[in-house]
Design a protein around this ligand. Sequence first.
Ligand SMILES: Nc1ncnc2c1ncn2[C@@H]1O[C@H](COP(=O)(O)OP(=O)(O)OP(=O)(O)O)[C@@H](O)[C@H]1O
Ligand SMILES: [Mg+2]
Length: 170
Amino acid sequence: MSTAELTLDLPDEQATDALGSRLSQVILASLKNKQINELETGAGAAIYLRGDLGAGKTALVRALLRAAGVTGRIKSPSYALLESYKVSSLYFYHIDFYRFNDSSEWQDAGFRELFRPDAVVLIEWPEKADGQLPAPDLLIDLSYKDGGRAARIEAQTKRGVAWLTTLSEM
Ligand SMILES: Nc1ncnc2c1ncn2[C@@H]1O[C@H](COP(=O)(O)OP(=O)(O)OP(=O)(O)O)[C@@H](O)[C@H]1O
Ligand SMILES: [Mg+2]
C-alpha cells in the first residue's frame, strides 16, 4: 500500500538518529534505482524540515548524513547558509534559511543549481524561502512531545510516496 503521510514518536535522541539512518538507507537505495528516478524529471532529491528552534532538524540531518557515510564534522548551516558534502558520486547540500530574508539573495546565490539528479538537498526553515523552492519529496515536521519529539512526514512527489512506503515497512 502506498503511504503519503507517516507520524512517528521520537522519544529520545537515539530515535532521531535511527530515523535519520532509515531515511538515508531509503534515499541511497532509491538513487541507485533508475526506474524510480525516472518517474521524476531529473530533479534532485529534496527533503525539507520544519519545526521550532531546537526541534531537531539539524540533529535529524546530521544522523542522515552520518549514515550516508559523511565522516568529518557536520556543522549546522545556520551561519554559512549552506554546507556541502560528497559521498562517492552523490552530493548532499544542507541548507538553513532561518536568517534568509531577501529573495534576491536566493537568485544570486544560485541555489537552484543545487537541485540536480545526483544531489540530495536538505533544507531547514524552507518557509523562509516560500514560493521559491520546488516541492520536496518529503516534508518533515518536527515538534516537541513529552520531553522528546514527534515527526510528521509527508510525501509530496511520487518518489516521496515510494520512500515513505518503504520507510513505513522498515
Ligand atoms: N527525539 C529527541 N528527543 C529529545 N531530544 C532530542 C531528540 N532529537 C534531538 N534532540 C535534541 O534536541 C536538540 C535539537 O537541536 P537541533 O539543533 O537539531 O534543532 P533545530 O531544529 O535544527 O533548531 P534550529 O531551528 O535552531 O536550527 C539537540 O540538542 C538534540 O540533541
Ligand atoms: Mg538547525
